[in-house]
Design a protein around this ligand. Structure first.
Ligand SMILES: CC(C)(COP(=O)(O)OP(=O)(O)OC[C@H]1O[C@@H](n2cnc3c(N)ncnc32)[C@H](O)[C@@H]1OP(=O)(O)O)[C@@H](O)C(=O)NCCC(=O)NCCS
Length: 304
């Protein structure tokens, strides 16, 4: 690890570290550090731990989630849904209460084969600090295995499509019924329906990995954890030659991250808010009349 030398006058609340192993910037808050001595425009920084040894940035391991992670994952999602549009959907609810309401559904989804939860765990504490939830495409059919050049390009059959739609409608109903009373259920239902329409327009029945949710604990952001979780699935998608799909709000800074990971914008859907949220509420939350959802696709890289 090396420590970036900061010229005098550029002290900010964040100081940057890099690890050779991950080549990712690491932001550490100044309270972890005490600035000791200043000379010739160079800051010497000493880093204190209880044992007065060097604090290393935390290490993380990436793995599939365990059933026992349902509570931690629900808490991460609830904590991360703080954007104005999320707050319009979920209302004035404590993250703790939202997490509690979500936990049974997350526990059930962890057990489902069509879902994949990848988590980053802080090695020292074992805590789950970042999570990516995916819907994975059905396993390759016989034809896919035989014809490797056409891998993953098979479209779903009419019957598969019907079953998928029924399952989605059922999931949606369970989801809406599990929400706390504070939620704007009509807005959530509209949002869910419109993103589904957008997705169908873009993927057109092709098998794909779908990013359902992504969250990193605020105290562990900016260290490349979300990127690592996503890359893991990009490798899987490359192996099967299938696309990876996701949606996000137009205002979400995560779009930069998706661009860096090779995703390209493929479409947009505008959701009119005025029939679902009062003008006062929209002004109070500082949102416009429309919420725009942006769809991203990452095409598979060739594998040998
Ligand atoms: C999006 C999110 C999961 C990224 O997690 P992360 O582990 O910090 O991600 P990484 O460290 O791999 O990448 C960080 C990049 O994400 C982007 N980013 C996303 N949200 C950001 C935010 N709120 N503030 C700053 N950068 C953000 C930036 O491009 C950033 O790059 P930088 O560190 O070079 O500025 C995390 O910010 C989060 O939980 N946000 C709230 C929930 C959310 O918006 N989820 C995505 C829904 S589509």
């Amino acid at each position: 690890m090396w420590c970036k030398v900061v010229p005098a006058g550029t002290i900010s609340s964040n100081l940057e570290f890099r690890s050779y192993s991950e080549h990712r910037p690491r932001s550490w808050h100044a309270e972890h550090l005490s600035i000791h001595y200043l000379t010739h425009e160079i800051l010497k920084i000493s880093i204190h731990t209880q044992q007065h040894s060097l604090i290393m940035p935390p290490s993380y391991t990436i793995s599939n989630a365990l059933p026992s992670d349902a509570s931690a994952i629900s808490s991460l999602f609830a904590l991360s849904w703080q954007s104005p549009f999320s707050r319009l959907q979920f209302g004035n609810v404590e993250p703790r209460d939202l997490a509690k309401a979500m936990k049974p559904r997350i526990a059930q989804q962890i057990a489902e084969k069509r879902m994949l939860f990848m988590v980053a765990r802080e090695e020292k504490s074992g805590n789950v600090v970042s999570v990516a939830q995916w819907t994975v495409p059905p396993p390759p059919s016989k034809g896919e295995k035989l014809e490797s050049k056409d891998k993953g390009k098979l479209e779903e059959t009419g019957q598969e499509k019907k079953e998928r739609k029924e399952r989605e409608a059922f999931d949606e109903e369970i989801y809406l019924n599990s929400l706390p009373a504070s939620c704007n259920t009509a807005l959530i239902a509209l949002f869910t329906m419109r993103v589904r329409v957008l997705r169908e327009r873009i993927v057109q029945g092709a098998p794909h990995f779908l990013l359902e949710n992504l969250a990193t604990h605020p105290g562990h952001r900016g260290q490349g954890l979300a990127a690592r979780l996503i890359r893991h699935v990009l490798d899987m998608a490359d192996q099967r030659s299938v696309v990876v799909y996701l949606e996000t709000g137009e205002e979400n800074k995560a779009r930069e991250l998706y661009g860096r990971l090779g995703f390209e914008e493929k479409g947009r859907e505008e959701i009119e808010l005025k029939n679902f949220v009062s003008r006062e509420e929209r002004e109070r939350m500082d949102v416009g009349d429309v919420h725009t959802v942006v769809a991203y696709v990452r095409v598979p890289c060739r594998t040998t």
